[in-house]
Design a binder for this molecule. Structure first.
Ligand SMILES: *[C@@H]1O[C@H](CO)[C@@H](O)[C@H](O)[C@H]1NC(C)=O
Ligand SMILES: *[C@@H]1O[C@H](CO)[C@@H](O)[C@H](O)[C@H]1NC(C)=O
Ligand SMILES: *[C@@H]1O[C@H](CO)[C@@H](O)[C@H](O)[C@H]1NC(C)=O
Length: 391
């Protein structure tokens, strides 16, 4: 619709542009979004229904109350759509993004290769490592997508949480050097997998930092932190992991021709919504407990048979739908931020800029470490406004 107005307006001249704009102020002639694909890789957060194809057991996410807000339980870890669905909508891609492992889906505008329980290291049970997901992408490539189309398309990756949750469970007393060594192996694997995806033809990458894993309702519940505190050993691992992402991608952009990327600061996006001074501003009433489950933080067993989970009455006021996955309302916010936010949240560019950035062109900006001003502004103990706006 918008594109049609733009063409018409440029033919008929300035007078008509004004007429059209005044009659229909929503129509703005902007840079149009190229018709490309969105591919997602990673764990449950981006799983669009793949998990059920790898297990005989009924996956809870295929049943109520998952999908409740859309009356459509379909294997997604949310009460409705997930973040990639919103990003796809903004890219004018028909949704939902199909699960790549399901037979007979139309993957012409992209697919989800993400599977719940996915890890970077090890051999996840009834799941795929990121490496295996990329292998699957390569198997499907020839039959579905041209090389030039792949170079224009966006590759969203969110992975690593399961590696650190597993590590912390098995090594509760890991000292600083054991933690560092583990973070190094995880991030080295991530780098090698991103190189594999680049070698497979991908050029435009959107990588999320890890959430504050210790603030998940399930982490607070399992490690008995109470309501006020997060489980800091998990947050520390996420912070160490996240610090390596930006510099690693800066380096890859320098050494791999045509490599373009951006980093979504998911860690602080979640933390700001948890902070008591800010959560209401984001319209979340409950951020430390989940909407669906049982236990001190209603964090365990949502949708599992034999578990009489509680379900909150209004999902949209919860940051977390289950013990570690966000409500559709929160995921819609993340989609907006990924597509259109400023560098406080996603840098060096947002996905709208990434997708229109010329293919093959070197990046003109680099990822920069979060400034101390940013860190102060998100400190939950600070109540004074510092004049920064965050999303
Ligand atoms: C797949 O979807 C696209 C639109 O996204 C459509 O143009 C195409 O015809 C579909 N292919 C099949 C085989 O249905
Ligand atoms: C989880 O940790 C155990 C013990 O360290 C390890 O053997 C296993 O491979 C890990 N699982 C995954 C999926 O990484
Ligand atoms: C939620 O958690 C944050 C961070 O741990 C804490 O500052 C806040 O007080 C908690 N909110 C409630 C309502 O307990």
């Amino acid at each position: 619709m918008a594109a049609k107005y733009c063409t018409l307006a440029s033919v008929l001249g300035l007078f008509l542009v004004f007429t059209v704009l005044f009659q229909n102020p929503v129509t703005v002639c902007g840079q149009s979004i190229p018709a490309v694909a969105l591919f997602t890789f990673g764990d449950s957060n981006f799983d669009a229904g793949n998990k059920q194809t790898l297990t005989q057991v009924n996956v809870a996410q295929g049943f109520w109350p998952y999908g409740k807000s859309r009356d459509d339980p379909n294997g997604k870890f949310s009460d409705g759509y997930i973040t990639p669905d919103f990003v796809a909508t903004f890219m004018e891609i028909p949704i939902p993004i199909p699960a790549a492992l399901k037979p007979g889906v139309n993957v012409s505008r992209g697919a989800s290769f993400a599977v719940a329980d996915a890890t970077l290291l090890g051999a996840p049970v009834q799941s795929l490592t990121l490496y295996q997901q990329i292998t699957k992408f390569n198997e499907m490539k020839a039959a579905n997508w041209k090389d030039a189309f792949i170079t224009q398309s966006v590759f969203m990756i969110y992975i690593g949480a399961n590696d650190y949750l597993n590590f912390t469970k098995n090594n509760p007393n890991a000292d600083a050097s054991a933690q560092q060594a583990f973070v190094t192996s995880v991030t080295n694997q991530l780098k090698s997998d991103i190189s594999f995806l680049y070698a497979s033809g991908a050029r435009k990458f959107m990588i999320q930092t890890l959430a504050p894993l210790g603030c998940f309702p399930i982490s607070r519940q399992d490690y008995r932190t109470g309501m006020e505190h997060c489980y800091e050993p998990l947050n520390n691992l996420a912070i160490q992991h996240n610090q390596k992402i930006g510099p690693m991608l800066n380096e890859m952009a320098l050494t791999s021709p045509g490599f373009q990327f951006t980093v979504f600061d998911f860690y602080n996006v979640i933390l700001r919504r948890i902070s008591p001074q800010r959560s209401l501003g984001y319209r979340f009433l409950a951020t430390n407990v989940s909407c669906c489950g049982i236990g001190t933080h209603t964090a365990y067993g949502c949708g599992l048979p034999n578990v009489h989970s509680k379900l909150c009455s209004y999902q949209r006021s919860y940051l977390f739908f289950d013990g570690r996955h966000n409500s559709e309302k929160a995921q819609e916010m993340f989609g907006h931020l990924i597509f259109g936010a400023d560098p406080n949240v996603i840098q060096p560019m947002n996905v709208r800029e990434l997708v229109t950035y010329p293919v093959g062109e070197p990046m003109r900006e680099v990822w920069l470490p979060t400034t101390s001003a940013t860190v102060q502004a998100i400190d939950s103990s600070s109540s004074t406004s510092r004049g920064y706006e965050f999303y």
